[in-house]
Design a protein around this ligand. Structure first.
Ligand code: FE2
Length: 473
């Protein structure tokens, strides 16, 4: 592993595909409060809190592989720091589909709970966007079961896997803002805001529903103090193989060049424009899974997102463990400026380099942010696995890197701000890494400011390339 501030990133040796694909395997065991031993660096003094991660933990049963890694059963990894010493607990989410082994690969209505994990009130929620959340005990990680969140959700109502923690609203010191989408020829977005601090954490305090024309594939969204922003990609959904249980939802999507992408901009009930009608504004071309952050600037909304030229679909005959990266479009960090008065949007590319899983300091979510951290390729141009962590100054466009290459592969960095500093880039980055050299997982902690490697722990379990996670105090 190398710190790359002074080196050219495109000189890094390219990856070995077997090092990358070796991460795709089943997690073999569940551990409880296993102390982690440091292999490089030092424990972070006075560090307390828990890193939670979700991702597919079972990808193959009886020699039969899932079609796409996003179809693997969810497994939660919790790494709890007690005065700097980490302890690992991991548990599969005991969904109905997980327990019903005979139908393991039948994706029909299977809630795989594998996308994200957050704390709401006194429960941990394992999330999957097309159905309800699974509640888990925060200490033991035992699965409590599918939850309606005290009656907020109808049984199995869709609940997004991308809630936002808003520390900047007028309504509460901490809100969890999220949505569910019911789609068809028309799509209804339910926007929910839960109080997540004070006397009644977990209580739903704002709730609205808005209906838009057309099928909507909405994986993520962004918030500002007054708005919730959705990007409806120009895409069609073929429900048949999904309903038949042959394919996961992501394999039934196809881009439609005759359609136009749209922004749906919904006034937040906790904001100044509560009760007003949403805006629909033409969006730039391209496909987006994830947004980074948004902020308001006079009568405009500025939104940073990871744009692909087209939907990166893995075809039914392709093996996801042996894909040709050159055949797929890469994600690029781009900035949309949406003019709410003129009802127009403009797109600017911030960086041409392939990246995903970009974040800002959680204290800046919904407000302007100078810095963003993300997983990126080691090479400057083209598609490849994510092997580096990049910090970018969104104003000057200056970038620095830390690389896990040539045999390490990174995931979403979780940014935890320093408790006793108000500087935006002071804090830690937590990264679960696939170490291709030893065919195992490492936890790496970097200094968010200069990306210096502070600590590396070799984990006693091997975790496939994962999805999202959060930090819980
Ligand atoms: Fe996601």
């Amino acid at each position: 592993m190398t710190n790359l501030q002074d080196k050219k990133i495109d000189k890094i040796k390219s990856f070995n595909k077997e090092d990358w694909s070796s991460a795709y395997q089943n997690v073999e065991k569940e551990l409880t409060k296993e102390p982690l031993t440091i292999s490089k660096g030092k424990n972070i003094k006075n560090l307390n809190g828990t890193l939670l991660r979700n991702g597919p933990g079972i990808l193959e049963r009886g020699g039969q592989w899932v079609h796409h890694p996003f179809d693997g059963d969810g497994m939660i990894t919790s790494i709890k720091f007690e005065n700097g010493q980490p302890f690992l607990t991991n548990r599969f989410v005991k969904t109905k589909g997980y327990l019903d082994l005979n139908n393991a690969l039948d994706l029909k209505f299977k809630n795989i709970a594998n996308t994200h994990v957050v704390k709401l009130g006194d429960e941990i929620l394992a999330l999957w966007e097309a159905a309800g959340p699974h509640a888990m005990d925060p200490d033991s990680l035992d699965t409590i079961g599918l939850t309606t969140l005290k009656g907020v959700l109808k049984p199995n109502e869709a609940f997004s896997a991308h809630p936002k923690t808003d520390l900047n609203s007028n309504a509460s010191s901490e809100l969890l803002v999220t949505f569910g989408v019911q789609t068809g020829p028309k799509s209804t977005i339910r926007l929910m805001e839960f109080n997540n601090a004070g006397e009644n954490p977990g209580e739903l305090i704002f709730d609205r529903k808005d209906t838009f024309n057309g099928f909507a594939f909405l994986h993520d969204f962004a918030i500002t103090t007054n708005w919730a922003i959705f990007l409806q990609n120009a895409i069609d959904f073929n429900p048949l193989p999904f309903v038949m249980g042959q394919r996961g939802a992501a394999q039934c999507l196809k881009s439609n060049p005759n359609k136009k992408a749209k922004f749906f901009i919904i006034p937040r009930e906790s904001g100044l424009f509560r009760g007003q009608t949403p805006l629909t504004i033409d969006a730039p071309e391209g496909f987006v899974f994830h947004h980074v952050n948004a902020f308001e600037k006079e009568s405009k909304i500025v939104l940073d997102s990871i744009f692909y030229d087209d939907f990166p679909s893995v075809g039914p005959d392709e093996n996801f463990r042996d894909i040709d990266f050159d055949k797929y479009p890469e994600g690029k960090l781009k900035r949309s400026t949406i003019d709410l008065k003129k009802k127009t949007s403009e797109l600017e590319t911030i960086s041409e380099q392939c990246c995903e899983f970009a974040v800002v300091n959680p204290k800046n979510l919904g407000l302007t942010a100078t810095f963003s951290w993300m997983a990126s390729t080691s090479q400057k141009l083209g598609n490849a696995p994510l092997q580096a962590i990049k910090k970018i100054d969104l104003i000057s466009k200056e970038e620095i890197y830390w690389s896990a290459g040539p045999s390490g592969f990174v995931s979403e960095p979780i940014m935890v701000p320093s408790e006793n500093s108000s500087k935006e880039d002071e804090g830690f980055l937590f990264i679960l890494l696939w170490n291709g050299e030893r065919r195992g997982s490492d936890l790496v902690i970097l200094d968010a400011k200069d990306l210096k490697e502070l600590a590396v722990y070799e984990l006693p379990i091997s975790i496939p390339h994962g999805l999202h996670g959060s930090w819980v105090n």
